[in-house]
Design a protein around this ligand. Sequence first.
Ligand SMILES: NC(=O)c1ccc[n+]([C@@H]2O[C@H](COP(=O)([O-])OP(=O)(O)OC[C@H]3O[C@@H](n4cnc5c(N)ncnc54)[C@H](OP(=O)(O)O)[C@@H]3O)[C@@H](O)[C@H]2O)c1
Length: 373
Amino acid sequence: MKNHTTNRREFLKVAAILGASLSLGASPLLAADSKKQIMPMRTLGKGDYAFEVSALAFGLMGLNYHRSKVLSEKEAAEIVAKCVDYGIILFDTAQVYGPDSNEILTGKILKPYKDKVFVTTKFGFGANADILDSSPKRIREVCEQSLKRLNIEQIPLFYQHRFDPQTPIEEVAGTVKDLIKEGKVARFGVCELSAATIEKAHKICPITAVQSEYHLMWRNVEIELFPTLEKLGIGFVAYSPLARGYLSGKLRKNSDFDPKNDNRATFPRYQDDTMAANYKIVELLREFGKGKNPSAQNGNATPAQMAISYLLAKKPYVVPLFGTTNLTHLSENIESLQVQWHKKELKNFEAELAKIQILGDRYPPEQAKRVGR
Ligand SMILES: NC(=O)c1ccc[n+]([C@@H]2O[C@H](COP(=O)([O-])OP(=O)(O)OC[C@H]3O[C@@H](n4cnc5c(N)ncnc54)[C@H](OP(=O)(O)O)[C@@H]3O)[C@@H](O)[C@H]2O)c1
């Protein structure tokens, strides 16, 4: 495919060789000559549309949108430089983050690594970001603008962000198929669709990855989507693997969220009473994390490391997509790769998890109507 430059191919080859240790179950995942973490690789999708990526992906959204912070370009560049250093090659943004400003920042800070990394983006909203619009005209418009803002010649994976009731999914898939033929896009992805809609879209243009919310407080996808993904050979990118930070155990009060730049401020699950009531899950993670991180001074995995490593252990085609503005949190999340789960442990953990009732919906009613369509 057009986006595979020689540099990138070499980089991937080395990363894949290193990454093989995870699939063989080798532990710990440290390079022989140093304490450096080895980044394993995973494959999303299959055949001509397969996409080989780092097992962990980084979401750029929170660097300046919806997570209360707006980092300077220098601060944001430091975060992505460290991600690249850790071996992350899959980055994620969307036209609607900002809108536009997250793609603009992304284009600047990923420029030095253009030949080494992939940045995926999404269409699905109109020029007025409150309106859903996946009409062929708008998809093409976003594609052209995103290519410019991201400073790239081809979008490696272009997702539909939300289902558009005005545009049949077949028309959306057909438009992306044409963009692939034209070389502007390499692969097709969708977010938050039902299994039935995924099947319809996949018939028109093979889907490489579904990107939907998946973490220990929202596991519906395991039943609702995974069987279909396995049947069709589609990969899964798990957004908000830390339940927007909650599973780290470090979120405090709803008043810490900037209501102008943080969607958690209005989400039922992030109100003070629900955050307090759901804390049992963090305690469970802490308990099961005992003795599970060979690199930690006390030997224990943190709740964040347990939450991310669970997703990695669950299915080989799952790639957790986390975000952070903090270098210490970044290194903590990368160390999730150290945590190994045995089948029996996974079962015991899930049995305990099932005893905890999670309170608060994941989305407010208006946004809930836009998912699972
Ligand atoms: N397709 C979609 O519809 C959709 C929707 C939402 C998100 N996404 C994508 O998914 C990406 C990640 O989403 P997200 O930001 O919700 O993911 P997340 O990783 O679950 O949550 C990020 C939040 O958790 C905090 N955090 C991360 N690691 C931490 C740690 N070790 N300890 C304490 N706090 C920690 C971050 O704060 P600090 O900065 O303080 O670390 C940040 O506020 C986005 O950037 C975007 O690309 C896609």
